[in-house]
Design a protein around this ligand. Sequence first.
Ligand SMILES: Nc1ncnc2c1ncn2[C@@H]1O[C@H](COP(=O)(O)OP(=O)(O)OP(=O)(O)O)[C@@H](O)[C@H]1O
Length: 284
Amino acid sequence: MATFPEQNSFSSARSVEQAPSGLTGSQEVAYAIVTHNLVRTFGQKVAVQNLNLAVRPGEFFGFLGPNGAGKSTTIKMMVGLLRPTSGSVQVGGVDVWKDSQQARALMGVLPEHLNLYERLSGREFITFAGHMYGVADSDVHKRTEELLQVLDLRNDADKLIVDYSVGMRKKVALAAAILHRPQVLFLDEPFEGIDPVSSRVVRDILHDLTRRGTTIFFSSHIMEVVERLCTRVGIINQGMLVAEGTLQELRERAQGEDKDATLEEIFLHAIGVQNENHNLSWLE
Ligand SMILES: Nc1ncnc2c1ncn2[C@@H]1O[C@H](COP(=O)(O)OP(=O)(O)OP(=O)(O)O)[C@@H](O)[C@H]1O
């Protein structure tokens, strides 16, 4: 197990209290996603506290945190599904809550709870999404068929979504989120419920998208996937950003220069988990 410095020292120098808050106007377009002092409360509960983040174009940003940490709440505020209590979000230099239509045109979104049109078939749903984003008919057709093929949905393409499995729903929603080649793609737990074969396909597609300039912001509990894909990682705990940087940067901040710390070790330390005894007394 690696040893680490105090939790708060995890945020990198470029962490975003410094980076975006000093930026104005056109400078901020240098960032694909910027949040300024983002806050969301639910009654007494502060789900997200003064979140400052900046993600550069083409980055593959992994957003980690334990259950209830505030990941989905953050993503919902970033994509225009949940109004912040205070603070702001910009995507591609556009304020998501002031110019929501313009901002949404730049995004693809795979939300936590998939709100799909259950009475459409998978093929119809993907096609519909393409038309909603104004993609030309011929491109919609071509891209839909290719997506159905690579995501192994072709045999079920004409089945109604209501009859899809969890993984099939996730894949069809992902196809709909990427068909218009968004500038910024937000994915809330994209690998949940997806089999290993499709997982690999999805990883390849996402990797390819970032190579071609798409920025990806995604939440996941699967450390191995985050470790493999992400160029930068943010860790949120109890609504606060407790660590942010490249894996290398986070490792280098590990006390004693433990360059071998795994992302799981970095994560557990950042959220303050100790090595405790988790035995159930009644099993003894
Ligand atoms: N609509 C809501 N009403 C009240 N509380 C909410 C609501 N949505 C989220 N919360 C609370 O806000 C906190 C953050 O929730 P959120 O769903 O953002 O966590 P998460 O990090 O995505 O968790 P998980 O990994 O379990 O999906 C939790 O305490 C949750 O109970």
